[in-house]
Design a protein around this ligand. Structure first.
Ligand SMILES: NC(=O)C1=CN([C@@H]2O[C@H](COP(=O)(O)OP(=O)(O)OC[C@H]3O[C@@H](n4cnc5c(N)ncnc54)[C@H](OP(=O)(O)O)[C@@H]3O)[C@@H](O)[C@H]2O)C=CC1
Ligand SMILES: CC(C)(CO)C(=O)C(=O)O
Length: 311
């Protein structure tokens, strides 16, 4: 399987890098600045599952030919439109796209652009970041990617992709028959975590150790689950139990990529994550005051950022 990974940031660099490390046929589609770093220093990963410095194949958009069987899409949501146009010339006639973006809204855009049968659903549970030096740094032991056909079929192509990931270290990959359910559950998890960590500018433990923080967290988790249920995807009991525990841990250092984006004074995926959850909550008439506040908070941050008023 010839694999093209768009982006060599946190997610693309980690999962694509782990595949490349096994000798899989992986090419990173990057922009010039990242290509220079990758050529000079290699793709560097620091991780509790083993550090790596890999010589990897890279390509610029202008060099693409329609030869790739799988395109793993790892841009941020605000780059999605451009990224879809960038990868289109690289897809082989029978090629498919595996998006690993957080959220749900990307699926409609991808289905419209490529057709539903050429787009898998996908989700990553990991905490990883690209350092200013260009190193892909994994922050804890989360390392799961889950993917599947939107139709639910356990097709040869998802099983082949899962097989490739089996040879990797530091990746726990699952091909599943219910990817949209999994994506909604991840969305409930992320929207809850992103809203709270961004509103409070704190990690989970710092929030839980305040007098009211833990209760606000759990109410938000349950409200988000109601929104997911209103879309036909009620989170399982097992999922709810896991995240009730996760969002109750007093010593947790867990933060989100959205908080890291704010802290580095960068763009965020606020509309794609919190804006989308808020809209769905309003449509379903679910109480979502905390999401409304978090959405407004991050939008206001973006205005200060755009106006150059952040030190
Ligand atoms: N980081 C994490 O822990 C997690 C992130 N996610 C989700 O995964 C997605 C990716 O996040 P993350 O990896 O952290 O983001 P990063 O910003 O680290 O990486 C995104 C990369 O995509 C590249 N890119 C965007 N558009 C193009 C393009 N047209 N051509 C070439 N390269 C392009 C960017 O390159 P350039 O630098 O040149 O702009 C950047 O390196 C997000 O939706 C995020 O929510 C999900 C789970 C966990
Ligand atoms: C919630 C989390 C950490 C889980 O992978 C994530 O997706 C993110 O921070 O973007």
């Amino acid at each position: 399987m010839r694999i093209l990974v768009l982006g060599a940031g946190g997610i693309g660099g980690y999962f694509g890098g782990r595949l490349a490390e096994t000798g899989a046929d992986v090419t990173f589609l990057v922009r010039e600045k990242r290509q220079v770093v990758l050529r000079e220093k290699g793709l560097r990963i620091t991780s509790q599952f083993g550090d790596a410095a890999l010589e990897v194949k890279t390509m610029l958009a202008t060099e693409l030919q329609p030869v790739f069987d799988a395109v793993i899409l790892t841009c941020k949501a605000y780059d999605l439109q451009e990224a879809m146009e960038t990868i289109a010339p690289g897809l082989a006639p029978t090629g498919f796209v595996l998006p690993l973006l957080n959220g749900i809204a990307q699926m409609e855009a991808l289905n419209d652009r490529f057709g539903k049968d050429r787009v898998l659903g996908g989700s990553a549970k990991i905490q990883v970041t690209l350092t200013p030096e260009g190193v892909v740094h994994q922050l804890n032991d989360w390392r799961t990617i889950t993917f599947g056909e939107q139709s639910g079929e356990m097709s040869p192509r998802i099983l082949a992709l899962a097989d490739l990931f089996k040879a990797t270290k530091g990746v726990d990959a699952h091909a599943v028959p219910d990817i949209m359910q999994r994506m909604w559950e991840k969305f409930v998890h992320l929207a809850t975590a992103a809203a709270m960590t961004c509103l409070m500018r704190a990690n989970v433990g710092e929030i839980v150790r305040t007098p009211e923080g833990g209760k606000i967290f759990l109410k938000l988790l349950h409200d988000s689950a109601k929104v997911s249920a209103s879309q036909g995807f009620p989170p399982s009991q097992q999922f709810m139990q896991l995240y009730e525990d996760t969002f109750s841990q007093r010593d947790s250092l867990y933060t989100t990529s959205m908080l890291r984006d704010i802290e580095r004074k960068g763009k965020t995926e606020v509309d794609h994550i919190l804006g989308f959850m808020l809209r769905k909550a309003q449509e379903a008439e679910v109480d979502h005051e905390t999401i409304r506040l978090a959405y407004t908070h991050v939008k206001a941050f973006e205005q200060r950022l755009a106006a150059g008023r952040l030190q």
